[in-house]
Design a protein. Structure first.
Length: 299
């Protein structure tokens, strides 16, 4: 069912060139490429990039290209494309978990007394340990999109060799839960990043408030084991649109902070200043959340 049509009837009469799962896979490919670029900017802060730091930089664009190739293969052989996409997404999960580990250990003092080895202040000023989980999140989202659900809404995924796996809920509900989890990661990352600044600035509270709201709403949508009402969908769409707006506003403020007083662009300030791409994670989750409302039917 196209839930967007319950609020916007015209959306149900327009046929999109791609299915919902294909749209999710395209988003995953785009995000892999952008994560590679974002990681290059972040790891370039020290002017020397370690060998292990090249892994996500190279992996991101490579994964994105492979996923686009898988999309072309899917036009003739979906199962082969699903296998290729699944391999890429599993690798993305591994890259994300390893990256989170490397970031986390940078915020740990192994020789400090017990109770002082891991503190909130250390995690605030250490490399963002949640950031690499973006790769893992894309991996989980992509695997969910790669395998077809038949019958639609049953939660029964069709695997190779005539095998199936029964999820505890439908793919649509799974998408809602993933949107909630991704928004929560963006929320916590934003809070840790903004904790370096005084909270007197009211704009710093905007992603916190909207993030909590969107996390709760999307989790609630996933938890509802009934047909969604137009009111449910309206509240959810509102939350997703707010996420998109918060991401755009946050990127604007970060860019403004990186510019000089004469609005001159100094590349060094963009590398070492406010990360201008980070707020766009909110917008990204808002777009993914809206895609989850599309019809799960495939032609």
């Amino acid at each position: 069912m196209n839930y967007l049509a319950t609020v916007f009837p015209k959306a149900g009469r327009r046929r999109l060139p791609v299915s919902r799962d294909q749209a999710m896979l395209l988003m995953a490919a785009f995000n892999e490429i952008m994560l590679g670029l974002d990681t290059l900017l972040a790891h370039g802060l020290n002017n020397t990039i370690l060998l292990r730091e090249w892994i996500p930089i190279v992996f991101g664009p490579t994964a994105g290209i492979l996923l686009l190739v898988a999309g072309l293969i899917a036009l003739r052989n979906r199962k082969t494309a699903a296998w290729l996409a699944t391999a890429v997404f599993l690798a993305s999960i591994i890259v994300g978990v390893l990256g989170a580990y490397f970031h986390f250990v940078r915020g740990v003092l192994p020789t400090a007394p017990m109770g002082a080895r891991v503190t909130l202040n250390l995690l605030v000023w250490a490399p963002p340990f949640l950031a690499p989980f973006a790769f893992a999140g894309i991996g989980v989202l992509g695997i969910s999109a790669a395998w077809q659900e038949l019958p639609t809404g049953s939660g029964l995924l069709q695997l190779p060799f005539n095998r199936t796996v029964q999820m505890p809920y439908s793919k649509t509900r799974a998408y809602f839960f993933l949107v909630s989890l991704g928004t929560l990661v963006a929320l916590v990352s934003s809070a840790l990043d903004h904790a370096r600044q005084p909270w007197e600035n009211p704009w710093l509270w905007l992603p916190l408030i909207v993030g909590v709201f969107a996390t709760a709403v999307s989790a609630g949508m996933g938890a509802l084991n009934r047909k969604l009402t137009p009111e449910d969908v309206t509240i959810y769409i509102t939350a997703m649109v707010l996420l998109i707006l918060v991401g755009a506003v946050g990127a604007y403020f970060h860019i403004q902070a990186d510019l000089t007083s004469q609005s001159t662009i100094v590349p060094e300030r963009f590398l070492r200043g406010a990360p201008f791409m980070s707020p766009l994670l909110f917008s990204n989750m808002g777009i993914v959340g809206l895609l989850a409302l599309l019809s799960p039917e495939e032609s």
